[in-house]
Design a protein around this ligand. Structure first.
Ligand code: PPS
Length: 293
């Protein structure tokens, strides 16, 4: 990766963002979703790539078994709001997707999702990951990809995470926003990273049923093996090794894939401060997370 300047954190419609995710806003906002589109929505580092791979396999493995070893995940599942140098925009990639359904990724908070997804009653799969592991994963990712603002030290980053000064805004509002949406929008399947780690097979089954697919247990079994952390880490079409803006010498994209890795990074003082702040922020929601399994 060539040394380049990092983008600034900007205030965009009340959410902190970086220009790589807002430069095509007009087209993002007027994106025309189709009723059978599936939106995969997450706060960064919640398991987007994992669930994207699962969905791609569930829908297309039978008809195009070579897909998952010949096409990078970011082409199979375009990142809607992304405008990265030397790449087509996310909207262009999504518009040109030849698959049915189209699988589309977003990190936008619920209030910024293009309205056509709701109007078309599209299926939405939201994946949430506990705040502590999300922060650790986001920190390592920010160190290795120059499309995000400079993360500073771990301590700076954690403070900024608590203050919501992150690209895509506060984790707290993001996970709660989609949780609230789910109460009125029935086509939203809310999943947890920790559950997928604990029982991938069961989560694949639940997903499959939400999507109305009648996959055989044997197929799901095979698929579960393809999306195991070690298999995805080895698969250059899933591990982002073909994506030029990441420096794997700093940290791999498929880093650890664990629940509870935060314990290796939070000091006792940071943990106490984080917990006090967390419970204050999350006191009005029924949403609950596991920080260990
Ligand atoms: S991104 O950049 O926001 O789209 O990243 P995202 O894909 O959401 O999250 C990356 C983290 O998910 C972990 N991951 C997995 N864990 C377990 N099993 C599988 N198969 C898997 N695939 C991705 C990945 O390792 C990142 O987490 P960390 O904690 O950094 O390892």
């Amino acid at each position: 990766m060539k040394p380049t300047s990092r983008p600034e954190l900007i205030d965009f419609k009340g959410i902190y963002m970086a220009h790589y995710f807002t430069d095509d806003w007009e087209n993002v906002q007027k994106f025309q979703a189709r009723p059978d589109d599936i939106l995969i929505a997450t706060y960064p580092k919640a398991g987007t790539t994992w669930v994207s791979s699962i969905l791609d396999l569930l829908f297309f493995h039978n008809i195009a078994p070579e897909r998952h070893t010949s096409l990078p995940i970011f082409e199979r599942v375009p990142f809607l709001e992304a405008v990265f140098p030397e790449m087509p925009t996310g909207v262009d990639l999504a518009d040109k997707l030849a698959t049915t359904p189209r699988l589309i990724k977003t990190h936008l908070p619920v209030q910024l999702v293009p309205k056509s997804f709701w109007e078309q009653n599209c299926k939405v799969v939201y994946i949430a990951r506990n705040a502590k592991d999300s922060a650790v994963s986001y920190f390592h990712f920010s160190c290795m990809v120059d499309l995000l603002p400079d993360p500073g030290t771990w301590n700076d980053f954690l403070q900024n995470f608590m203050d919501g000064k992150m690209v895509f805004g506060p984790w707290y509002d993001h996970v709660c926003g989609y949780w609230e949406k789910k109460q009125t929008y029935t086509n939203l399947h809310y999943m947890f990273f920790e559950d997928i780690v604990k029982n991938t097979r069961h989560e694949v089954e639940q997903l499959s049923s939400f999507l109305g697919l009648s996959t055989q247990a044997e197929e799901r079994e095979k698929l579960t093996k393809f999306v195991h952390f070690d298999a995805m880490k080895q698969n250059s079409m899933a591990n982002y090794s073909t994506f030029k803006r990441m420096d794997f010498k700093i940290s791999p994209f498929m880093r650890k894939g664990k629940v509870g890795d935060w314990k290796n990074y939070f000091s006792v003082a940071q943990n106490e401060q984080f917990d006090a702040h967390y419970w204050e922020k999350m006191k009005n929601t029924t949403l609950q997370f596991h920080t260990e399994i």
